[in-house]
Design a protein. Sequence first.
Length: 191
Amino acid sequence: MYEGFRAQRRELSNQLEELESTRRDIINQLEDVTSDDPARKALQDRMSDIDARIKVVDQQLATNATQLSQAAAIPGAVVEPPQIIQERSGPPEEAFVLGGIFMFVVLLPISIAFARRIWRRSAAVVTSMPRELLDRLTRLEQTVEASSFEIERIGEGQRFLTKLFTEGEVARQIGGGATPVKQLNARESKP
C-alpha cells in the first residue's frame, strides 16, 4: 500500500505541474488579448476551470499525504531499497600497496647501485686524462697569464702618459707646452 500511495503522489504532482503550466500559458494569452475581444471571455472561463482543477488536485495531494503517513506507520510497510554496491573496475587496492612496497624494497636499491656505478665511471674518466693534454693546458694557461700581465703594463703606460699630457706643467717640460723654441735655443748656446 505504501508504494501505491507513493505512486499516486508522483502522478498527482505531475498533474499539478501540467495544470500550472497550462495556467501560465493562458495568462500569457490574456496579456496579448485586448479587453473588448470576445476571445478574452473564453480564456477567462478556461482559466477559472483550470483553477478549480488545481484546487481539486491540491486536495487530493493533501489526502494522499495523510494516507502515505498512515501507511508508513505500519511496521514493515516501508522497505528500504537495497544499496547498490559499485564494483571497482581495475586492480584492487592491495595491488597498489604491494606495488609501492616492491618499488621501495627492490627498485630503490637497484637505482642507487646504478647511480653509484655511473658516479664511479665518471670519476675514473676524469682522472684518466692524457698527460700530454694536461701539459698543453698548463702551457696555454701560462701563456694567457703572461699576455694578461703585458697588456696590463701597456695599459698602465697609457694611463701614465695620458695623465702627463693632461697636466699643464709636465706637458711643457716634455715639449708640448707654451715655451717658445727660440728660448730653448738661446739657452743651449750659453754653455
